[in-house]
Write a protein that binds this ligand. Sequence first.
Ligand code: AGP
Length: 621
Amino acid sequence: MCGIIGYTGPREVVPILLAGLRRLEYRGYDSAGVALVDRAHTGVQVARREGKIAALERALEQHPLTGSCGVGHTRWATHGPPTESNAHPHRVGHVALVHNGIIENHAELRRALAARGSAFTSETDTEVIAHLIEAEMDDRGCDLLHAVHAIQSRLKGSWALAVVHDKHPDTVVAARHSSPLLLGLGGPGVGEGESPGAENYVASDISAILSYTRAVVDLEDGDVACVRPDSIVILDQDGAPVKRARRRVEWSPMAAEKQGFKHFMLKEIHEQPRAIRDTMLGATIDDESGDVELDGLRLELGADNPRLVMVACGTSWHAALTGKYLIERLARIPVEVDLASEFRYRDPILGPSDVVVAISQSGETADTLAAIHEAKRRRAHTVAICNVQGSTITRVADQVIYTRAGPEISVASTKAFTTQLTMVTLLAIHLGRRTGRLSEERARALLGALRTLPAHVEQLLAQLSAIRIIARRYVDARDCLYLGRGLCFPAALEGALKLKEISYIHAEGYASGEMKHGPIALVDATVPVIVLALRGPGYEKVVSNLEEVRARGGKIIALATMGDTQIGDIADDVILVPDVPEELQPIAVSVPLQLLAYHFADLKGTDVDQPRNLAKSVTVE
Ligand code: AGP
């Protein structure tokens, strides 16, 4: 959703802010702006534009601004439409600030501030914060750091703030509460590459500053930081100075570049062999016994009737659904799966013997975070499966298992999904060996197949052009159905989600057995049906479903196992998938489904990496 970058140091700040905003574009936004303190110390200057960053860049070309300290923002509108006046930074008196999050009591604060004479120029919840800071400095004569600290007690909701002030020309004050914010440490010997002198950064997302530094400090909720080129002072919630640990980000700056691919999504699809291999490095495998230990996981499974509850949103929820199939099958432990947005409000039956596993690529999804808090409130044990180190969810959950997909920039999740699937497969094997329900022999066979999976994914990627030809045949479709059975059912849901989010073609996924209970009414020659028909126990039944579609004139794209010669008689188009054990089929079918969605979208000319209305991580409800 919204993105923040801040900088203070010897470099010219505008190019740093604009480059940082470009790297935050993937999060989704509809206006952008910068505020900087100019070198002549004539005060804070603000430039904002509705729409894309290019509009802001054009404005800055026409009216250049210079300075060495400033903040930038991409806004995804919540309160008030995406107009220039609602764009951040918001300037009030000497203060200019950018904000991610939502101030829930903004209406009440606005009334109180208006009563004492404050005039508002936007419809945003954010503007009240700038008024509060300005008033606090005026009334109490305190400095910017202490003013920002003081006003936080009046806010309800979530915020990450970066604030500059006319009279503090080299200072960015940063604050966080339930919205991610980190400090980037720069300067000679600390930052990446050559550095002209002492400098520091503020960012809501590491990708904004990855090319300048990999040394970061994560702020805790309630922290306020005074960031200057050569010093950082952090106050905790109680106003006491505090030191926060510094960590080094493992992601390479190149990982956040397109590297010659037309879109980040295509690049990330192609990174999957590497991402799956890296994710497997988080597992210690005993080749003799087939036992698996996962880095970060030390589960006490209650003696009687252990139960797992998996919570997630969107694509991660599809990974959780797959996890249910795998864990129940291999470990015979019952698993419930909930959408995090439902779980948090449905008064779940949960207690200290339950383990709640939250899956999230970003580690910042508001509903998933709230679900973990709810689980902790009910004294359940919480485990996160997450891709982003240092993210909020990893700091709240009791234990964390990392997927190692690397930065995922495209809004449409691809490598994050297949690495989540890899991790839930490893988790199922780990649990299966612990409960004794999975034999050594079967565990060894599955682990062996997992090791060869990256090579199979390479084979699937080689079908890129063939899948484009298929996509071209159906690109004018308005609706598509995705059918899958058993372990391929969640993959069908994910295939449909992928298609609709980037191509805007209406698509729905169904369990194949459900087709006769309703969706078959939609089938005609204009609605392509994408069927996951891999060899396995449900194969014959899926073929019967295909016959039913065909009998109604439906067009069929079948994903079938290599060597299947029967399917071509029924399907209009066939995509062949390597023969892998049934437990790994969800990963194998996901790759061609991603390519299919990608080509549909690219052929239609949509904004593949930043589809309309969507944000990469949904940090508000
Ligand atoms: C998938 O393509 C979407 N971007 C979306 O459904 C996403 O998976 C969901 O918002 C959850 O995000 P998370 O994994 O970062 O928690």
